[in-house]
Design a protein around this ligand. Structure first.
Ligand SMILES: Nc1ncnc2c1ncn2[C@@H]1O[C@H](COP(=O)(O)OP(=O)(O)OP(=O)(O)O)[C@@H](O)[C@H]1O
Ligand SMILES: [Mg+2]
Ligand SMILES: [Zn+2]
Length: 511
């Protein structure tokens, strides 16, 4: 007997339909899987055999051949257990074949036949809706995730026999609905608030600009000045995510198996803070079974690199390309995968190994050579890609005595207003913020008046700017003007933008 069950597999961030074909014939008992299965799919055989027996069905002592079509794309992961088990039961007439075809089936099985949650259910649900199937059968833990997609029936099951009973019409399971519709604005709450950071007005302003124009930023300062503290609070001032952004981010976390409690849409912007011992693959993604790296997990959010010079130089250098392209392409043996990586990079560092170089209150104990070695761990090209660079002053005692400062929601409002101006201005260009401006668009939208041009020229020579740095300053000036609600860039906007390149000078000293 032959049976066919529909399932899905993941490629990059997208999903595609897979037909699980089971043929059972007389002959020496065997169980073969063809159609480019990986090790986890091959292991399915043992789980499926045990699950079928332990749920009191008959496992055929015959020759079983299983094909996963299309046969030319590698199939990964354990989520084929359930469709394979159902295919065998259908081919041996232990359940009906016909209606099986209307659903896609996804799920891992434990040896006793209960279902286990799997990764990648959200992109699979999207594919099923596009292919106009009736619905999707998923492990109970995955229903919230699948139900994000409206217009398909989402059936959550907890065991193999439950699915069989459902298809036999012995068990009714209604489609899972999400209680809070995604159309409604749900208030997201973050831990921490900008109002907890005392003083540091300059730094807060700099990060407000970064948030408003989606610029990268680096902070340099003595230990304990609040760099890490303030960085952790950046997501609280970023604009709320749109539904499309949420969906894209949730897909990334879905395939990475990082959706907490397999919940529905992610609404909080990510804040990723990888440790400096991270590997290249951990940072940009890849591996034998390709997985998104930190730069993709930080998509639409913040990638915070604390203690920047401690990161291996080769890992930092890998960031150069995704910083410009907003995506990363990973080459594999016979194909390539592209993951999105539109992240805001925030770096923090001390100016020297002891941490006090340039501190007005404490003496630095490092030799010029040590400082040189420390700073040169971050290459010039990487530093050049950072839009805002700020030297952070130590916190003053009087600042700590102050009542609490402006809160995150007030700053967020200003950031959202500035973003709206950018969105309107760049509507026809398919970009949404100033940091994405191409050289042509910088020329078009970041024009300076006569005095502005003069100021820029002076700065270009005195600060020894590169062409890229010159463009970045113009983009930052554009954002400052947007925060000010102005259509054209004025001198004060440019003058402020020029202030945020004061780490460069350390680099010019050591070169
Ligand atoms: N501006 C500030 N307002 C209130 N508390 C602060 C401020 N700056 C620092 N602190 C306090 O000091 C602690 C340490 O600050 P933080 O870890 O952010 O310093 P840092 O600049 O990252 O130092 P390091 O260079 O050693 O990493 C914070 O957890 C906070 O309690
Ligand atoms: Mg720190
Ligand atoms: Zn020092």
């Amino acid at each position: 007997m032959l049976s066919k069950v529909k399932s899905c597999s993941i490629y990059g961030l997208e999903s595609f339909l897979v037909d699980v074909e089971v043929d059972i014939s007389n002959g020496l008992p065997a169980f073969d899987i063809v159609g480019l299965p990986d090790a986890a799919v091959k292991e399915s055989r043992e789980r499926v055999r045990a699950a079928i027996k332990n749920q009191n069905f008959n496992f055929p002592i015959k020759r079983i051949t299983l094909n996963l079509a299309p046969a030319d794309i590698k199939k990964e992961g354990p989520h084929f257990d359930l469709p394979i088990a159902l295919g065998i039961l259908a081919a041996t007439e232990q359940m009906p074949v016909e209606i099986l075809n209307e659903y896609a089936i996804i799920g891992e099985l434990s040896l006793d036949g209960r279902t286990r949650p799997v990764n990648g259910v959200l992109p699979m649900a999207i594919e099923i809706k596009e292919r106009e199937l009736k619905g999707i059968i998923v492990p109970l833990e995955n229903v919230e995730e699948a139900a994000v997609i409206k217009g398909i029936k989402v059936v959550g099951v907890s065991s193999l026999s439950e699915v069989v009973a459902y298809f036999n019409g012995e068990l009714k399971i209604s489609s899972h609905e999400i209680r809070n519709s995604h159309k409604k604005q749900i208030k997201t709450t973050y831990d921490g608030d900008f109002s907890e950071v005392k003083g540091q007005e300059n730094l807060k302003r700099c990060l407000e600009i970064a948030a408003a124009g989606h610029h990268n930023a680096a902070m340099m300062g003595s230990p304990g000045s609040g760099k890490t503290m303030i960085a952790r609070r950046i997501p609280t001032i970023l604009p709320s995510m749109t539904f499309e952004e949420s969906l894209e981010l949730t897909k990334i976390y879905s395939i990475s198996g990082l959706l907490s409690n397999h919940s529905g849409l992610i609404r909080k912007r990510p804040f990723r803070s990888p440790h400096h011992t991270i590997s290249a693959v951990g940072m940009v993604g890849g591996g034998r079974i390709p997985k998104p790296g930190e730069i993709t997990l930080a998509h639409h959010g913040v990638l915070f690199l604390d203690e920047l010079p401690e990161f291996p130089r080769d890992v930092l250098e890998l960031l150069r390309q995704p910083l410009e392209d907003e995506e990363i392409t990973i080459a594999r043996a016979n194909a390539t995968i592209t993951y999105p990586s539109k992240f805001m990079m925030i770096g923090a560092m001390n100016p020297c190994p002891c941490g006090y170089y340039g501190n007005p209150f404490r003496e630095c104990s490092c030799s010029p050579n040590q400082i040189h070695r420390y700073l040169s761990k971050i290459s010039g090209p990487l530093m050049d890609r950072i839009d805002l660079q700020l030297e952070v002053a130590p916190v003053k005692f009087s600042d700590l005595e102050e009542p609490s400062a402006t809160d995150s929601s007030t700053i967020k409002k200003r950031v959202e207003d500035a973003r709206l101006m950018q969105l309107t201005r760049y509507r026809q260009h398919n970009i949404y913020c100033n940091s994405q401006l191409t050289p042509n668009l910088v020329h078009k939208y970041c024009g300076l008046d006569k005095t502005g041009k003069l100021l820029m020229k002076q700065a270009f020579y005195s600060m020894k700017l590169s062409a890229r740095a010159h463009n970045k300053i113009l983009k930052v000036a554009r954002t400052i003007a947007d925060l000010d609600g102005k259509q054209s860039i004025k001198d004060i906007h440019l003058a402020e933008a020029l202030q945020y390149r004061n780490i460069d000078k350390y680099y010019q000293v050591i070169r």
